[in-house]
Design a protein around this ligand. Structure first.
Ligand code: IVH
Length: 670
């Protein structure tokens, strides 16, 4: 169907409008419209693009949700190498840098720009005629990797530039993970018993090099621009300061904490002042970058073996401290996981007083061999809560006994159970008050039902006053009951009831995530929702059917089956369903799944494939809407056969199932 001119116009306008609001929200932090309105415009665009797939362009805001998984990353050359920086570890070295500069520039009156040194990954973004055409990692500096689809998911990166830009432009900057997002990712990993990311930088690197862009999209990376390569020659920009202003004008987020200084003394003061307040930022920085402001002078000073001589990184001291470990205690998580933490003798670390630190799990405590009474080394790993690195070197003499897990839940007294293969210990009591509280906090949290006006304290109070006992009770709250809560007045009670009502529009995947099934995080919930499409289908699915979903292993499947085998859980879902929560895909979501090339098709794989591992092939087929099962039956639509196929091939032939090669399937799937 060819689109009518007015439809084309509407699509263009919707894109422009969505990018405008995206910029206001993610770059300027000053949204003009409520999220619901943004979602409405977005859904309208999505609808039109589904009707007219030929009109989808790479700069459409709908591209930000992540494309199909990639088999690997292409290499990208950086014609202008991406340089690294020399370091100054103290003020003396900063003075030496300044002396070198004055000699090389043959001038004394040097102007410097100071910028925060964001602890993330350097990336390069290429724009042609104002449109983002390529995003790459720094790699070796001369050769990086093409991560365009992943960088498109970063909301603060413009897909289209805003005002009078050069026809070709390469912008460089730092992709990073804000601390709250980092903490959330690690919390989920901890709940799942997965290895934690050591710091936001590693988490950002792992996210950017994800072969499944949908996972990247689910982790809110952000970006700050700090330099540009403009091949057109005379761009009218003569200093770093002007360049930063131009970057802002073109629509990039530029860190606001930048300053222009005359002379190195002012630079020193600036560095010192940030050393003390780095922890006030919602992202990690590891120093200050000092750059000669004049581009002409930069040129004159030059580059020495991959490092510009006109810039330097003033590095902050590492963030560690020693203190006494008073006690090891445990907390109960929302799925019952028992998580140890250290109670510390209060100590100052980077401007904040630290009284406790996370210990992740029993294995972590054993590996680090830390014991009550030890003097320990602690560091802030980009988290609000710091970590215990291990016993401090000065820890001599007699030590306490190694830590042993308690036998009973600290909240309800139930006998604790150890996960068979994992590293976690659980409280098995579903009525454990600590679990109830945590489960409710999770249910209303941002990525889940996102119920505004319902903070942890309110939930605690509601449980205490027995106003609610479970999530479903929230939806039958009336104004009178809400007004019984301390701090609630007419207006706040109306607001809460209103946000509860609005939350009924949350999509099925979010509701599924909100249920708090152990091991079912945001991404898994989305994969399950797209595959099974309704809670009923998921509930009736066997372990094998669940593991057929890419990225869903037997442990998750067992946890899901276990969840539905408990009548209380089923009853809770029925009550939530009666209240009008979404337990199936809505029409828009259905439509997008239905339009996939392999929608509704069941596929079996046999033999060794040439270009894919089994897991990759399975992932690719699922992303195309297909369902991958392990044995051939009359219901099988296709058999994907590689080298040395087994008996499945014979069976498929007997049953008349179409047999396809890798190439044929690729062609069919477009
Ligand atoms: S300028 C020619 N500015 O630090 C100068 N780098 O150790 C190249 N970084 O690879 C970099 N914030 O990843 C510059 N405001 C900033 C920065 C910054 C973070 C990183 C960047 C670079 C590394 C150098």
């Amino acid at each position: 169907m060819t689109a009518k001119p007015e439809t084309q116009k509407e699509i263009i306008e919707l894109r422009r409008e969505l990018e405008y609001h995206n910029h206001l929200y993610h770059v300027l932090n000053s949204p003009e419209i409520p999220d619901e309105e943004y979602d409405r415009l977005y859904r309208r665009l999505l609808d039109l693009e589904h009707q007219h797939p030929e009109l989808v362009t790479p700069d459409s805001p709908t591209m930000r949700v992540g494309a199909e998984p990639l088999p690997g990353f292409e290499k990208v050359n950086h014609p202008v190498p991406m340089l690294s920086l020399g370091n100054a570890f103290n003020e003396k070295e900063l003075q030496e840098f300044h002396r070198r500069i004055t000699t090389l520039a043959e001038a004394d009156n040097i102007e410097y720009v100071t910028e925060l040194k964001i602890d993330g990954l350097a990336v390069s973004l290429t724009y042609e005629n104002g449109i983002l055409v390529r995003g790459a990692t720094r790699g070796s500096g001369t050769v990086g990797e093409d991560v365009t689809v992943n960088l498109r998911t970063v909301r603060s990166i413009p897909l289209r530039l805003r005002s009078s830009y050069p026809s070709r432009l390469e912008v460089r900057g730092e992709a990073y993970l804000p601390l709250p997002a980092f903490k959330k990712i690690n919390d989920v990993r901890q709940e799942k018993g997965q290895d934690l990311f050591a710091n936001p930088r590693n988490a950002a690197a792992g996210t950017l090099r994800q072969l499944d862009p949908r996972i990247t999209a689910s982790r809110p990376l952000s970006f700050f621009a700090y330099s540009a390569v403009i091949p057109e020659g005379n761009s009218g920009i003569s200093s770093q300061w002007e360049l930063l202003e131009s970057l802002t004008k073109w629509g990039f987020p530029v860190n606001p904490n930048r300053e222009l200084h005359k002379g190195i003394e002012a630079v020193s003061d600036y560095c010192r002042s940030w050393e003390g307040k780095r922890d006030t930022l919602p992202y990690e920085i590891d120093g200050i970058v000092v750059k000669v402001n004049s581009l002409e002078k930069q040129e004159k000073i030059g580059v020495l073996s991959r490092e510009p001589r006109w810039a330097i990184a003033y590095k902050f001291r590492a963030h560690t401290a020693t203190t006494r470990l008073l006690e090891i205690k445990v907390n109960v998580g929302r799925t019952g996981a028992i998580i140890p933490y250290a109670v510390l003798e209060p100590v100052q670390l980077g401007g904040v007083t630290i009284k406790s630190a996370t210990l992740h799990n029993e294995e972590d405590v054993r590996r680090k061999d830390i014991r009550e009474g030890d003097t320990v080394l602690i560091k802030r790993a980009g988290d609000v809560i710091p970590q215990v690195v291990g016993p401090a070197p000065e820890n001599k003499g007699k030590r306490g006994r190694p830590f042993v897990y308690p036998d009973n839940c600290p909240a309800c007294g139930a006998s604790l159970q150890r996960e068979e293969e994992g590293v976690l210990t659980y409280c098995p009591n579903r009525n454990c008050p600590a679990q109830r509280l945590e489960a409710l906090k999770h249910f209303v949290s941002q990525g889940a039902m996102d119920i505004a006006g319902l903070g942890p304290q309110t939930i605690e109070k509601m449980l205490e006053l027995k106003i609610i006992a479970s999530p479903a009770d929230l939806f039958s709250l009336d104004r009178e009951r809400v007004l019984e809560l301390p701090g609630f007045k007419d207006k706040s009670a109306s607001n809460l009831l209103e946000s509860l009502k609005n939350s009924k529009n949350r999509t099925f995947d979010r509701v599924l995530f909100a249920l708090g099934i152990r091991h079912v995080g945001e991404v898994t919930a989305r994969l399950l929702a797209e595959h099974f499409r309704s809670i009923k289908a998921l509930r009736n699915a066997s372990g094998e059917e669940i593991t057929a979903v890419n990225g869903v292993g037997p442990e998750i499947a067992a946890s899901i089956n276990g969840f539905f085998s408990i009548s209380e859980n089923v009853n809770q879902i029925e009550r939530l369903e009666e209240q009008g929560l979404q337990f199936q895909l809505t029409a828009v979501q259905e439509e997008s799944a239905d339009s996939l090339p392999l929608a509704g098709k069941t596929i079996v794989i046999t033999g060794t494939l040439e270009d894919y591992t089994r897991q990759e092939a399975k992932a690719a087929l699922m992303k195309l809407g297909g369902k991958v099962t392990s044995s051939v039956s009359a219901k099988t639509d296709f058999l994907l056969a590689g080298e040395n196929p087994g008996s499945k091939l014979d069976k498929a032939r007997d049953l008349g199932v179409t047999v396809l090669s890798e190439r044929e399937l690729e062609e069919m799937a477009g």
